[in-house]
Design a protein around this ligand. Sequence first.
Ligand SMILES: Cc1ncc(COP(=O)(O)O)c(C=O)c1O
Length: 467
Amino acid sequence: MPESNPTPEIGTNSGLRLVLGDVHARGPKSLAGSLEDALRHAVRSGRLPTGTPLPASRSLAADLGVSRGVVVRAYEQLLAEGYLRAHTGRGTVVGDVHATTGAAPPSRDRVLPPTPGLPALGLFPRREWLRSMEVAMADLTDADLGYGDPRGHPRLRSALAAYLGRTRAVVAPVDQIVVTSGYAQAIRLIAEALVRHGVRDVGVEDPGSIGAFESLRMGGLSTCPVPVDGLGLDVGALSAHDVGAVLVTPAHQFPTGAVLAPERRTQLLDWAVTRETVVVEDDYDAEYRYDRSPVGALQGLAPDRVVYGGSVSKSLAPGLRLGWVVAPAWLVGTLAEVKHWADISAPVLDQVALAVFIESGALDRHLRRTATQYATRRRHLLAAVGRHLPGWTVTGVAAGLHAVLVPDGPSDPAVEAEAARSAVDLVVVALAAYTQADERPGLVVGYGAATPDQIDRGVAAIAACLR
Ligand SMILES: Cc1ncc(COP(=O)(O)O)c(C=O)c1O
């Protein structure tokens, strides 16, 4: 008995010709190459879903008006790549592509929580930024107004190279920097570039940023949660997984607020070297440390193994949508290519304005000014927790724009979620919103964008709700 076939076959003179369009040799591409491209595209876009039986090579060749050898060569290539698979009884069928390549759908219907890492937008240095925009506009050449280098304008890349080297100990050769639309685009492009280099699975911190691991999945990678404790990512637990890369926030883990401990840094880089894997470093809100100087970036210790990313979203404003990647030499070409295909390059006026802003020292001044404010806001948060929430502690180092409040015993996740919503003018999110496998109690509180009064009222509202 032949196997039952729930999916109707796309046969000769049927939909496949419409799905693939006209297949003919384009430039140096052979006919078989063009057919492969058309099939790959149809599979990736979902127009040919997993399991769809393809016509026999002879039928498709007749349908497309090409020789049978062309179809056989294209099928063989795509069978080797996993886009197609041979199925006993059904011939050649579309492979399970989400598991092997291309973009994965979002992992679950999860509403993205509000961001606790918002800076004080009222402190945005409007005058200095405007001045930088004016200087940038005056300095731009006519040629600058054309299509730029996908890696970004050389002036911004030079300014970033100097700035990141000076403040974050990042080894940043100008030609290994790619300017992006914030870190969100950086992580998506990194994922796409790693997929092209054969990476399939990436370890992610648990708890960790939902946005980051959804972006990794959209870029074609599978994510694998790895627990985080008070010393940052548990590198021992990471070693138990067979992943080609890991994403970490070593300067200030999001959301727990831990700093990756020195011994874990060494272990992590050893893991990357021994397994020939890659560490993706999200230098999350690393500019702000209130009890000591910020710890330097991991990238500086192993520039060839670490893909480093950052943005101005915490230091200036997320609305500017400016970020960057410092990539190892072996990855930067692929990254520039995926950036080109995403949106060609970042807007040139904004890029040069940021370069001027950095060169003039305005960014350093702004960071000094805002750090004083945020440190004060954090002290207010600690005092408010002491007053309203006895038995709760504030965990995570004195850094960044958010802190985590932890109860001294078990707590009900539903009550925590309700308490988080009750703090009207303060962004509060239950820690559980960021966990995948590892449930834990706690509330993530964003204090950067809140006034002392809003902090006090918010914490009082949480306490009232928990009572
Ligand atoms: C973990 C993490 N990294 C980086 C960012 C910055 O993202 P972007 O630069 O796209 O605004 C965020 C934003 O909240 C974040 O949560």
